[in-house]
Design a protein around this ligand. Structure first.
Ligand SMILES: [Zn+2]
Length: 320
């Protein structure tokens, strides 16, 4: 052991006290080979694995308490406490495991090269049944009063858990008492899923054939649809001001200038039909004049119009 060599008291015959201590005289460090990387700020120590880990190089389990020669370096400070980092080679492969101290949480933290096996939970918290500790077992053996109290505690915890247990039992019973129909239901669900999958695959194949592609397609999501619709909207040219005014003009032309209160399209069509039918009549001039003045059909039943016109328009407006 290197450490011990530093403390031996053998002074060789050629030792000169002017050189200083024995180590200085021999040109060695007190820690010998453990200090061979001291110029890099590294000393080699024996490091014991603080918990169970899995090596990331060989995926082997390394148990708590396995010891390694680790390179110890100081990497910083936590208030006045130094932070140390330990680097060691896995004994089963060439992977290096790096672990550092975490004085804030009184813990060791894996920096790289391994995964921690998580068993830090409190088993009583998720209502697991925890075996009694040695201490409790001993006390139950010695202390009959403690044993009695412990027994009554167990009974009360059983009583409190009973309704939930019954509920769970009943639920299981109702699900699995008729295993034939349960199986049938399950197979029905599977059949539908199978059908859906086959349908999707055939649709994908059609799509791939259409676009001459040979790539795996992912399932369509709602977001994809949204994005696609947004893209298609973007591609549409937006209407500019001239187009807007043109469409507004067309709208104004297509709508009637007559008052909307006593105007109907049916009435207008009838009037136009009538007018076109009587273009050959001798009272064409009157009709044309009344039409061009764009007077409403109701106002044209004035005494100055001919009788036939008045009768026709009048009967129409009266029927309304
Ligand atoms: Zn390994």
């Amino acid at each position: 052991m290197g450490e011990r060599k530093g403390t031996n008291k053998y002074y060789p015959p050629d030792y000169d006290p002017k050189a200083g201590g024995l180590n200085k005289f021999l040109g060695t460090h007190a820690l010998r080979e453990r200090a061979r990387k001291i110029h890099l700020g590294i000393i080699i120590v024996r490091f014991e694995m603080p918990y169970n880990i899995w090596c990331e190089g060989c995926n082997n389990h390394i148990g708590m308490g396995v010891r390694y020669n680790a390179e110890k370096t100081k990497i910083g400070m936590y208030y006045t406490t130094p932070l140390y980092q330990f680097k060691m080679k896995c004994h089963l492969c060439d992977n290096h495991i790096v672990i550092k101290t975490d004085p804030g949480n009184l813990e060791y933290v894996i920096v790289s090269g391994a995964r921690r096996q998580e068993n830090r939970w409190d088993p009583t918290q998720n209502e697991q049944i925890v075996p009694e500790t040695k201490e409790t077992q001993k006390r139950m053996f010695d202390d009959s009063m403690f044993k009695l109290e412990h027994g009554s505690e167990d009974k009360s915890s059983y009583e409190s858990a009973k309704p939930r247990l019954i509920q769970l039992f009943n639920r299981n019973e109702s699900n699995w008492s008729d295993d034939y129909s349960a199986n049938q239901r399950l197979r029905q669900i599977f059949r539908k899923q199978n059908y859906d999958v086959k349908q999707a695959v055939s649709q994908d194949n059609v799509l791939l054939k259409k676009s001459s592609l040979d790539i795996p397609l992912l399932a369509e999501t709602e977001e994809d649809k949204k994005m696609a619709s947004l893209l298609s909207l973007k591609l549409k040219p937006s209407k500019d001001i001239t187009e807007n005014t043109e469409s507004l003009r067309r709208k104004i032309i297509s709508t009637s200038s007559l008052p909307t209160s006593n105007f109907s399209i049916a009435k207008e069509i009838k009037a136009v039909k009538f007018l076109s039918s009587c273009t050959t009549k001798k009272d064409l001039g009157i009709v044309k004049r009344s039409h061009c003045a764009s007077t409403p059909p109701e106002t044209s039943k004035k005494p100055k119009l001919s009788n036939s016109l008045v009768g026709d328009y009048g009967s129409d407006s009266e029927s309304d």
